[in-house]
Design a protein around this ligand. Sequence first.
Ligand code: IVH
Length: 671
Amino acid sequence: MNREQAIERIEELRSIIKQHDYQYFVLDQPTISDSKYDKLMQELIELETEFPDLITPDSPTQRVGGQVLEGFAKVRHRTPMLSLANAFGEGDLRDFDRRIKSLVAGEPFDYVAELKIDGLAVSLIYENGRFVRGATRGDGEVGEDITANLKTIKALPLSLPKPLTMEVRGEAYLPKREFERINRQRAEVGEPLFANPRNAAAGSLRQLDPRIVAERNLSIFAYGIGSIEGESAGTHAEALDLLQQLGFKVNPERRVLPDIDAVIAFVESWTGERRAALPYEIDGIVIKVNQTHLYPRLGTTAKSPRWAIAYKFAAEQAETVLREITVNVGRTGVVTPTAVLEPVRLAGTTVSRATLHNEDIIRQLGVMIGDTVVVQKAGDIIPEIVRVVTEKRTGAEKPFSMPTHCPECGAELVRLQGEVAVRCINPQCPAHNREGIIHFVSRDAMNIEGLGEQIVKQLFDSGLVRDPADLYYLTMDDLLPLERMGKKSAQNLLESIAKSKDNSLERLIFGLGIRFVGEKAAKLLADHFDTLDNLMRASVEELLAVPEIGPKMADSIQEYFAQESARQVIEKLRQAGVNFAYQRPAAVAAEDSPFAGKTFVLTGTLAAMDRKEAARLIEQRGGKVTGSVSKNTDYVIAGEKAGSKLDKAKQLGVEVLDEETFLAWLEEAGA
Ligand code: IVH
């Protein structure tokens, strides 16, 4: 490809990728498969590698910078980033309304109510339509330059459809699902957990290595315009609409409301279950005067504007009795204490357990068995104990101390240096094995549907399944005696176990539960080594040659495969017919298919299938289907009664395939 063509193709790829990022990360409606997306990205990376001077900072390849920062530079905000005054009840909201009415002296106005996203305020500067700088709020006057970290957030547009110079304000946040995933991973390697999604978002944006930030999957909602040149919005609602048109993610749950009664009704509608069902955390509702021309008249106090207020939800708390503290041993041997509570209603659910995280937390709380405690939903997700109601002590409470030996196997527990967690390091510990099987079957690993924790526990306790490979040798007769297991469900279970044999290698690698090898590393390893046998044979040097695999992981992989017990399980999996090969995503596998990277136009009627199906099959094999014939078309597939497109093809000298040839190509390129 010459330079001219490269320029054109790079432009095209960037705009396609940008559109897909928008579909996926802003609208939450992806329209292509991950593998196709990866392929577009790969093509762009290759072109930019060939023509490095064509790289621009707003190219989608530039979201994750390779450099670890030394620290964050300070930046002074062009206009101060104020915070909001809080309202804690209906009375505060009515006071707010009265104050505004007295200041605007009869001018009509209405309100905009928005969800108060529980994340981190950021300022985003665009110059001539390009994202140039992003900063934290800091003390409101001076914040920290976190541009490199913000660029990793795919919901943030790196360029705008118009060459605007503006400052956008918004909230960077971590979706609940990502928060849970990150904490699960941290628990597995014994790192301290984040208390709530806000802390996790803040901690992530303070990372000096943007690659780590990119893995956190943060998102961002834009909620205001700090300043803008050459455009204006008469109302706040219009400003939000403008942000949305410019490609920002703007929260859809915003409403223009006529008066404070409507505001109060809106606020009330967002407590309890509705709030709990959101995929991200909110800690209140923000209410703003809609007419921005009134803002100067309303003015600001020292810290906050008078035209807006934040209604804060009360943290939902309840009192209950702590019955006992159990300790569970996880897959990696980490021992975590859990409080067993007298069941109590809290924020729309019944709570009967609360996490105590680790020994240090128990000591800090000073909690004893039998205590009356106050529980709270931290970030509305995991209930936690916030304090002991010492006034209610009777003297019968008993102190708790962490066991010194594993509750499952009796081995002595150890506290590794630098970790808060206590671990059982006996590789023969049944808890490791049982939790390892639970991990093996889980959704992100081998994804064996219908095989929940309870069934695994029964299978394990009865001795039928001692390691993941045993699952593949289960029979109907083994399953039927289990609790709540009918013939139909046993049949379904056997089928989903059998189905999992065909999974691609990355699921198996992840499912083995090798320490430090998460989903992403598993995929990289599968892609690099192709088969499990190659991975097992790999030396430390070969492992280190895989991008993103560091010495800690390389050692852990070697240690894992050196274990006799692991090798036995792998042999049993092989005997059972479990797939050990990486199934490269179709679009990539089609590299040498005649469709790969080619553009097709379909015309006329095909006898074997309709056009939609034909298009699907072409795309599956790495080709592209467009509607009209141009000089960029590689092939026209002509069925019966082909018309003007066929003429155009002939005119331009584009190669024409008849149906028979097309079918032969399909066969050749496989599925
Ligand atoms: S408007 C003048 N709208 O809540 C301040 N803030 O103190 C304008 N927040 O730090 C803020 N969601 O980070 C606004 N929809 C929203 C918000 C929101 C969350 C945060 C913001 C600010 C704090 C209020």
